[in-house]
Write a protein that binds this ligand. Sequence first.
Ligand code: 6PG
Length: 477
Amino acid sequence: SQARIGLIGLGVMGANLSLNIADNGFPVAVYNRTSSVTDEFVASSGDLADKLSPAHTLEALVASLTTPRAVIIMVAAGAVDAVIDELKPHLDKGDMIIDAGNANFHDTRRREAALKNDGLNFIGMGVSGGEEGARFGPSIMAGGDIASFEVIRDILEAISAKHNGQPCADHFGPDGAGHFVKTVHNGIEYADMQMIAEVYGLLRDGDKRPTAEIGKLFEAWDQGPLNSYLIEISGKVLQAVDEKTGNPLVDMIVDKAGQKGTGRWTAIEALSLGQSPSTIEAAVAGRSWSSEKETREAGEAIFADIQPQAGAETLSDADLEKALLAAKIIAYDQGIKLLAAASEEYKWDLDLASCAEVWRAGCIIRSALLDDMASAVREGLPHTQLIFAPRFAQIIREGSSALRRVVASAALRGLPTPAFSNALAYFDTMRMGRGTTDLIQGQRDFFGAHSFERTDGGKGHHGPWASDVAHSAALTD
Ligand code: 6PG
């Protein structure tokens, strides 16, 4: 029998996604560049083997599909163009290619436009949830031709994670919309991870708490409002013991963070859109700085004399929990605002509530908070600010004093908390009707005649800054 869907690329993610599709009753044709990988995969798939048809050539893969054909590609980001070029000649007008990897949405837009010229449809589809998610239920964020998406919607919904029975899979808009939503998901993932690591640092270096005890604290927090996948696994990571040395395993890990690029893309795209998701930027910075380990070690020697300042409070666990909750909400606020800005720029008409809804299960940032966030977005966010929505404004109001104590204490103790600090600076900026950029406008007008808007009305004003002409002249003499 013919398969409704094909998949190219049997790495861990592709293999698990194929098994998931087969497990949900859909026959799937699978292909890997190295044929032995394909054969071994099918041979080792037990009861699911009869739903998997191995193909040794792309021609055979395409021939085994019903029309319009749907082929998922799950390969390394750098190989996507080459695979599309190889696959394209075998497809007919109306067929679709689905890129399920983490792609830069600009690439997705380019590919979608190019394939459209050939009469082919392209779906850029973000898939979150790691290996486990791919096998048993990921969160799926698709973009591209809606009619094509509808052809495979039942398959995607079936294989996706469910939140109270509702599938965490959706189509968000044309061209790169799905991959953009996935990118912002990853940006938030970076911020979430960074903030948890900052709490770990305060407890480890500030309070000298044993690693496993910090793990236990996270485990306890996972039962409360911070309940989330990332808090859960952080508790487990901190309690793991190294078999070789008996030390906490995390102590044996070199503190240099890897990054494949999605967090950085989030920050870059945000900046291009005139946005600044400072918590995500801080998380990207934290990873980048971490890679300069030798420099940091040199810095530690140069500044070894710097001691914690007087007045640094020891923080209560409850303060840390509240601060983490508040900062996390601020990170989501920034992510959602970025989605709104991109939607406007690229005319995607993104359903922001639906973004929060597909993140409720299956993905890496899934958490108890997301259900409430989705409802708040559905009700309409004042000024597109999640932190202004009444239910979140209340949490932030309560949490902000804890956040202040955490940031102040960290600063006095000399412990870096870039994401927490940036969350607080953003919050304090957004609740201050009159800021300090009147001076910046004055400076710009002074040196560059950039003009300013007056508080009593009217744009295009200049100085006069006459008294400084003589002074400036003196400086240049
Ligand atoms: C997910 C993850 C996944 C992957 C990222 C992590 O949603 O399942 O985000 O896509 O783990 O590649 O990115 P870094 O390697 O940049 O941390």
